[in-house]
Write a new protein. Structure first.
Length: 174
């Protein structure tokens, strides 16, 4: 009898093989046409109630799983939309900043010159002035603006000797 209940229970849950499904359907067809009782009415009633409760439980599980999956999918869409928004926002600010930085770098690009610990260096500037850099020295200056209104150089580190071409209109600033 337990085997029969398990077979019907599996049938209701949709967990039967094709052969088992066919056996249950043949039994039902035979029962409907012959009106003979294979199981008693009480057992049929108990089985019917049990099958119905299992069906309701299964339906509720599927319903809650579907709801949970829908919420997860919606949450995933919201997260994807937020990521896309942040990427677009970052891209637009980055583009604006790059444009602004591009303006600054064209106007104020700094050139750095340095020497290593084993070699001295001589630099001739666009106005003809010369810089003799000692070991481990670094200097910085604006590119393109060196001759505009003033000649400005920063001695960042170390020692240097300057041979400056005199020009009263454009002072040489170190």
């Amino acid at each position: 009898m337990n085997r029969l209940k398990k077979l019907f229970s599996d049938y209701v849950r949709g967990k039967t093989t094709t052969t088992e499904k066919r056996i249950v359907e043949l039994w039902y067809d035979k029962k409907a046409s012959a009106h003979t009782d294979i199981i008693s009415d009480e057992e049929a009633e108990v089985f019917s109630k049990q099958a119905w409760s299992e069906f309701v439980l299964l339906r509720n599980k599927q319903s809650s799983a579907t709801t949970r999956n829908a919420l997860l999918a919606f949450g995933g869409l919201v997260a994807a939309a937020m990521v896309l928004f942040v990427v677009v926002l970052n891209f637009s600010f980055s583009k604006k900043n790059n444009r602004d930085e591009g303006m600054l770098t064209t106007e104020m690009r700094i050139s750095r010159q340095f020497t290593t610990q084993d070699r001295m260096k001589k630099i001739t500037l666009p106005d003809g002035s010369k810089i003799f850099m000692n070991l481990g020295t670094s200097i910085s200056m604006y590119e393109g603006k060196f001759n505009a209104h003033q000649r400005e150089i920063w001695l960042d580190e170390g020692e240097a000797f300057f041979e400056v071409i005199k020009n009263v209109n454009r002072p040489f600033i170190i």
